[in-house]
Design a protein around this ligand. Structure first.
Ligand SMILES: Nc1ncnc2c1ncn2[C@@H]1O[C@H](COP(=O)(O)OP(=O)(O)OP(=O)(O)O)[C@@H](O)[C@H]1O
Ligand SMILES: [Mg+2]
Length: 402
């Protein structure tokens, strides 16, 4: 597995001054762009549509890079320029140093086959073919032998958790499972880079969150470089190691979730995250949930596991007498403890960040943005008053918006 140490980032993809103009006379639009005219002005003057306006950014190896922005801002166009499903008008796209726009047809074909895979919003499965052959389809087009493509397809099907469904037809699978097949199809090629365009947007919210978790889990195992298009802030915060916010064909800010939330560089970014200004007036007590369930630290792992199952959660806070906060019990640790006959004391996590009821939400955002575990709210005496999860912060903030 590659080293993904933060101090040691390797640039995988380098986009410089990328422009895409839709229309028969891009030169006219380019000249006006040089004069500093806006997308709307150019559209009015020339009928040429500037979908990408001088876009530059880097993507590091092994990261999930999210392209985010409102409908029509150019996300799909940008993604499709990266493998030249859309031909860029000008600019460069370097992948491991190779300039994609300069590739001839054969080089491009090789690039698409061996170095970059794509997952679309619609699953686009072949209805009369079984799952195995659907996943193996791109390999079949490449002329790879049946034995080899089935071997690769089976491995990819296993990676997305669909082992056993190889011989099923797409119609026998749920929407979430069909999207997994789409993902497996992109993984089967074993390319370094995955392009995903609104890949989860067609799924209902619960399945969508499940797929997001699975993508994160999968990413830990396969360590691809993933460029993921989304127009959903919550999805971008959850998935993105870094996020590029786009507007009218421009990339207006690139940064981690925390950068974007706490240092919006333009008015537009500020608008996207204006909730967070509200965050300065709200504090922990405004967004916390009731502290339940809680488990007594002197009880055993069975009890903790039972509570987690009942509430459908993967961790539970442990307390001693009078709700005095002790720490967090994680489901995996509790399962281990049960097997080994250990007590909760042996597996409790005591180093979870905690906040007080008056901690401003602006200080809590970075804590929840980067972490899947809940945050306890403790009073002066160390008693647990509430629990904060990312969802409840965002929900409370969006309620305040009106
Ligand atoms: N094939 C095309 N021909 C002409 N104009 C196009 C074409 N594809 C996209 N555009 C224009 O380019 C701009 C960017 O479109 P794009 O599809 O990249 O947006 P998007 O950010 O992916 O939007 P959405 O969130 O709705 O998918 C829009 O103004 C769109 O009308
Ligand atoms: Mg799109």
């Amino acid at each position: 597995m590659e080293d993904t140490d933060n101090d040691n980032k390797k640039i995988k993809l380098e986009v410089r001054n990328l422009v895409k103009v839709f229309g028969p006379k891009p030169e006219k639009a380019l000249a006006l762009l040089d004069e500093g005219k806006s997308k709307t002005e150019i559209l009015e003057a020339t009928q040429q549509n500037v979908a990408l306006n001088n876009v530059s950014f880097d993507v590091y190896e092994g990261e999930i890079f999210v392209l985010m922005g409102l409908s029509g801002c150019g996300k799909s166009t940008l993604l499709r320029c990266l493998n030249r499903l859309v031909e860029p008008t000008s600019g460069s796209i370097l992948v491991d140093g190779d300039n994609i726009p300069e590739m001839d047809e054969e080089e491009l074909l090789n690039f698409r086959r061996h170095r970059v895979g794509m997952v679309f919003q619609s699953f686009a499965l072949l209805p009369h073919r079984c799952i195995l052959d659907n996943v193996a389809f791109p390999l079949e087009i490449q002329g790879i032998s049946q034995e080899e493509r089935h071997e690769k397809a089976e491995k990819a099907i296993g990676l997305v958790g669909l082992a056993g469904y190889e011989n099923s037809l797409p119609s026998e699978l749920s929407g979430g499972m069909q999207q997994r097949v789409g993902l497996a199809r992109a993984l089967a090629g074993d390319n370094d880079i995955l392009l995903m365009d609104e890949a989860f947007s067609a799924l209902d919210p619960l399945i969508r969150r499940e797929m997001q978790d699975e993508l994160l889990d999968l990413q830990e195992r396969v360590n691809k470089t993933i460029i993921f298009v989304s127009h959903d802030l919550d999805e971008a915060l959850k998935l993105g190691d870094r996020i590029a916010l786009m507007k009218d064909g421009c990339v207006v800010q690139v940064g981690t979730a925390e950068d974007i939330l706490t240092n919006p560089e333009t008015k537009y970014v500020e608008k996207f995250v204006e909730d967070v200004d509200m965050a300065k007036v709200l504090s922990a007590k405004d967004v916390m949930k009731r502290p339940e369930p809680l488990v007594s630290v002197t009880s055993g792992p069975n009890n903790a596991l039972h509570l987690m199952e009942e509430y459908g959660i993967s961790s539970v806070f442990a307390v001693s007498k009078h709700r005095k906060y002790e720490g967090l019990i994680l489901v995996d640790d509790a399962t281990e403890a049960k097997k080994k006959g250990l007590g909760l004391e042996d597996i409790i996590k005591r180093d979870i960040p905690a906040v007080s009821p008056d901690t401003p939400v602006s200080e809590i955002m970075p804590l929840v943005a980067d972490s899947a575990i809940p945050i306890p709210v403790l009073d002066d005496e160390g008693k647990i008053k509430g629990i904060i999860i990312k969802g409840s912060v965002l929900a409370a903030l969006s309620r305040m918006e009106v």
